[in-house]
Design a protein around this ligand. Structure first.
Ligand SMILES: C[S@@+](CC[C@H](N)C(=O)[O-])C[C@H]1O[C@@H](n2cnc3c(N)ncnc32)[C@H](O)[C@@H]1O
Length: 238
C-alpha cells in the first residue's frame, strides 16, 4: 500500500524527531557511531537519512557524507542547517529504491528502523539501485524492528494512544497483507483532526539475512537494538 510519507511524519510521527535539533536523536546516533567506528569508512552514503543528523556527527570526525531521503521536510531542514554551519555534506531528495546516486561509498547506513517503510519487494529494488554505489568491502549498517518476534511474544499493540509533540495520537491496527508483508495501521491525530494510513513492513533476521546474502552481502555483526525492539546488523560486500 502506498503511504504518503510527508503526511505521516506531520500527522502521526513528528519529523522534528529526526532533525539535528533533536538532542536525543543526535546522542543516540553519536553512540551508534562510537560503538561501530571500525565499520565507518571515508565515504558514507546514508539512505533514508531523515534530517541528516548522522552526517553532521560524521563530518566532525572527518568522513564525507551523502544523505538521501524522500521527505522534503527532512531534506529541506538538513540543507538549511548545512548552509548555516557551512557543511560540505550533500543531501538528495528522492526515493532510494529508484533514484540514481553518483559515486562509490565505503559505508552505507540505513538507520532508525527506516526498514519499516520498505517491504521485502521494495528492499530488493533498493539493493539493486545502490549496487553501483558499492565496492568489495563496503559495509552496510542497519538497525530495525523485529516484528516477527514482537508478534510471537504478543507484544504488538493493536491500539495505542501516544503523545507526539504534545498532541494525542491514536493508532489502530486494521489488518495484515501477507502478500506484501505489511501491517496496515490507521492513525488519528486528535489535535489536528487528521487521519493518515501507515503500513509497517514485517522484518526479522531470518528474512533480511538471506536477501542480503543473495545480493552479495555477508553478515559480520548482529547485536540486539533494544530501542527498536530489534537488531543492529553490519554486512560486508563480498
Ligand atoms: C524513522 S526515519 C529515520 C531517519 C534517520 N535515518 C535517523 O535514523 O534518524 C525514516 C526515514 O525513512 C524515509 N523514507 C521512507 N521511505 C523512503 C524512500 N522510499 N526513499 C527514501 N527515504 C525514505 C522517511 O522519509 C524518514 O526520513
Amino acid at each position: 500500500m502506498k503511504v504518503n510519507i510527508k503526511k505521516f511524519y506531520r500527522i502521526s510521527e513528528d519529523f522534528k524527531r529526526y532533525l539535528v535539533s533533536d538532542k536525543k536523536r543526535f546522542n543516540s546516533l553519536k553512540k551508534l557511531y562510537q560503538s561501530n567506528k571500525k565499520y565507518f569508512g571515508k565515504k558514507i552514503l546514508d539512505i533514508a537519512c531523515g534530517g541528516g543528523v548522522l552526517g553532521f556527527i560524521l563530518e566532525q570526525k572527518g568522513h564525507s557524507y551523502v544523505g538521501i531521503d524522500i521527505n522534503p521536510d527532512m531534506i529541506n531542514s538538513a540543507k538549511r542547517y548545512a548552509r548555516e554551519i557551512k557543511s560540505k555534506n550533500k543531501f538528495i531528495i528522492g526515493d532510494v529504491t529508484k533514484k540514481k546516486i553518483a559515486g562509490k561509498f565505503d559505508t552505507i547506513t540505513f538507520l532508525g528502523n527506516s526498514l519499516a517503510h520498505f517491504t521485502t519487494f521494495d528492499f530488493v529494488d533498493l539493493l539493486e539501485n545502490i549496487e553501483s554505489n558499492t565496492h568489495k568491502g563496503t559495509y552496510f549498517i542497519i538497525d530495525y524492528r523485529d516484528v516477527v518476534t514482537i508478534l510471537f511474544e504478543k507484544k504488538w499493540k493493536e491500539r495505542m494512544i501516544e503523545k507526539k509533540r504534545g498532541e494525542k495520537v491514536l493508532s489502530v491496527t486494521k489488518g495484515f497483507d501477507s502478500k506484501k508483508g505489511e501491517i496496515i495501521k490507521e492513525v488519528f491525530n486528535e489535535a489536528q483532526k487528521k487521519k493518515v494510513k501507515f503500513v509497517h513492513a514485517v522484518w526479522a533476521p531470518f528474512i533480511l539475512e538471506p536477501i542480503m546474502n543473495l545480493s552479495g552481502w555477508k553478515l559480520v555483526k548482529r547485536k540486539p537494538a533494544p530501542y527498536w525492539q530489534g537488531w543492529l546488523e553490519v554486512y560486508k560486500k563480498r
